[in-house]
Design a protein around this ligand. Structure first.
Ligand code: ATP
Ligand code: MG
Ligand code: MG
Length: 349
């Protein structure tokens, strides 16, 4: 069988590797950090930095296609890899989604609604942006933020200096606070030949910036549900995308507002493992290897619950729950705020 190169060795890479293995593929993980969760299940692991040219070359030569579970891959690494194997999703998807300013500008150019935003470079530009956007608002680093890291809320203009200091000099954007009733996401896929398939939107609950639960079905009207899927399809087509994409949306009285896109399998799509015949991980593997997409039809109601930090204490109790599927990531060390696994609570429909 052929070999899939996966950049990033976290739980997403691990679950991609398992799905790939079920379809007869081998996976080669490239991950700078030691003891990656994906390394326990993949065929081969390279532990090397993203600026290690020799390691990148060996990796690229050993695989038939390259994908990733992590969007912050340096451009210099992609420059080396792109001559060695096809990279799916492509570089445009990475370029757009690596930077919140580029991402929001791209979404606006598609005619999609986003929070009002402004590029922040210093105290003056922040003051001007606060004048236009007002408070409450959120200052976010343009790059590298995840799980709510690199964000500071500005409740009143007096908070501006402290919020700017939190950015530690990193380029940032100010976003107006969106008054949403709830949050949903769409996990959708596009194949090499341009076919698009979407899973049913999930409803997401975050606390302290981290996803806690995803519930399907989401509370959406039929027209909101189709709007959500159409937004995802529009993004996929605009990027000539190949693979699975996550689109996070705010539900408001003024319609759906796009929060952000993730050019990869997404935490809010983990429910598909126990709610669909073909889950998001297999769907992604199918797309990047040129297979036809699977059917994303949902056959159960699901509540996906992340197991974060000390939630791991509940594992033995959860293991005796009927209709609960456990997914653990094999991480050596439990830390507060670290995603250790998730469970899917199923109700057959
Ligand atoms: P992820 O782990 O999803 O990549 P992230 O660090 O990129 O997270 P965001 O998705 O931008 O962060 O924000 C995390 C959460 O904070 C959102 O899901 C939402 O609950 C809240 N949030 C972010 N931006 C806004 C906004 N402009 N208005 C209201 N709430 C917001
Ligand atoms: Mg994000
Ligand atoms: Mg997010």
């Amino acid at each position: 069988g052929s070999t899939i190169g996966i950049i990033g060795g976290g739980q997403l890479g691990r679950m991609l590797s398992v799905a790939a293995s079920r379809l007869g593929f081998r996976c080669h993980i490239y991950e700078p950090g030691a003891e990656p969760p994906a390394g326990q299940v993949a065929h081969r692991v390279t532990t090397a930095a993203y600026d290690d040219e020799a390691a990148l070359r060996t990796f690229g030569q050993s695989v038939d296609v390259i994908t990733y579970e992590f969007e912050n891959i340096p451009t210099t690494a992609l420059d080396i890899l792109q001559d060695l194997a096809p990279i799916h999703p492509g570089r445009e998807a990475l370029r757009v989604s690596q930077d919140r300013l580029t991402e929001k500008t791209f979404l606006q150019n598609l005619g999609l609604k986003t929070a009002p935003f402004a590029d922040i470079t210093d105290a003056e530009s922040l003051e001007a942006a606060l004048h236009d956007i007002g408070t409450p608002s959120i200052l976010k680093t343009r790059r590298f933020g995840y799980d709510g890291k690199g964000q500071a809320r500005i409740m009143a203009p007096e908070d501006a200096a402290a919020a700017l200091a939190d950015m530690q000099g990193a380029p940032s954007i100010l976003e107006g606070f969106v008054e949403f009733s709830h949050e949903v996401s769409v996990i959708a896929a596009r194949s090499l030949d341009g076919a698009v398939a979407a899973f049913d939107p999930g409803e997401n609950v975050h606390s302290e910036g981290i996803l806690r639960t995803t519930t399907v079905p989401a509370r959406l009207t039929a027209s909101q549900r189709s709007d959500a899927v159409l937004i995802a399809a529009q993004v996929l087509n605009a990027l000539n995308y190949v693979g699975v994409l996550g689109v996070e949306l705010f539900v408001t009285a003024q319609g759906l507002i796009v929060n952000e896109i993730a050019p990869r399998v997404h935490n809010s799509g983990h429910w598909t493992q126990n709610g669909c015949t073909v889950d998001q991980f297999e769907q992604h593997i199918r797309a990047v290897t040129g297979w036809p997409l699977g059917d994303g039809q949902r056959y159960a109601d699901v509540v996906m619950e992340n197991l974060i930090g000390s939630d791991m204490d509940r594992v033995s109790a959860l293991a005796t729950d009927a209709d609960t599927a456990l997914h653990l990531y094999g991480k050596a060390e439990t830390k507060p705020g670290r995603k250790m696994g998730h469970v899917n609570h199923i109700k057959r429909v």
